[in-house]
Write a protein that binds this ligand. Structure first.
Ligand code: HEC
Length: 176
């Protein structure tokens, strides 16, 4: 009898430990954005990028639209911003998809709690992700607008081509 109780207690402990560990494993799973093309297309067509040596579009999920258009200093948690890059001005040759997601406070407090990603066109195959130092160092120039270049992009969309940020060149010539 005693032995059965011991076994029962042991099983309970094992189940408890497993359940405690599971959500953490899930949190580490890589993000996927299979529906990024269905989000709001801000640029309504391809524009020349100031920074990424390419032609780009910018798409925003619902949470991000108002903050971007109104050039807000802080974006809501859960904001997702997509920038597909193309190597031609018509947007026919897809190069890659760069993504930013506003995470919960504490994810990366020194850098506005943004997650960065580089994906393929499907939005599911990840090449780089996380707190990518190269992305952060350049996006820090737009700290006042929560690390997004909303001000210069909105100006550009209104026909004012300031190119205010781009004397800056990535040192190693790598173009994200
Ligand atoms: C050399 C500077 C620079 C680097 C490095 C850089 N970006 Fe950007 N990024 C920009 C600029 C400038 C824009 C504004 C749109 C444009 O002109 O391309 C932008 C726009 C974006 C946008 C659209 C939202 C916005 O800010 O307006 C996303 C998403 C993005 N970048 C993701 C990334 C990711 C992910 C990386 C790293 C893999 C990265 N960027 C690296 C300069 C940079």
């Amino acid at each position: 009898m005693k032995r059965r109780i011991t076994i029962a207690i042991l099983i309970t402990i094992i189940i408890a430990i497993t359940m405690y560990c599971l959500p953490q494993e899930r949190a580490e799973r890589i993000m996927a954005f299979p529906k990024w093309k269905e989000t709001y297309n801000l640029t309504k067509g391809v524009m020349e990028s100031d920074a990424h040596n390419a032609y780009v579009e910018i798409l925003l999920n619902k949470k991000a639209v108002d903050a971007y258009v109104e050039i807000k200093p802080v974006f809501p948690v859960g904001s997702e911003v997509f920038k597909p890059l193309y190597s031609d001005a018509e947007g026919k040759e897809f190069a890659r998809l760069v993504i930013m997601v506003k995470m919960e406070e504490g994810y990366d407090s020194d850098n506005g709690d943004w997650w960065y990603g580089v994906y393929d066109e499907s939005g599911t195959e990840m090449a780089y992700e996380g707190r990518i130092p190269e992305c952060i160092s350049c996006h820090a120039m737009a700290k006042e607008t929560d690390y997004l270049f909303a001000r210069s992009v909105m100006k550009k969309l209104n026909g004012i081509d300031t190119n205010e940020f781009f004397e800056y060149e990535p040192d190693d010539g790598e173009d994200y």
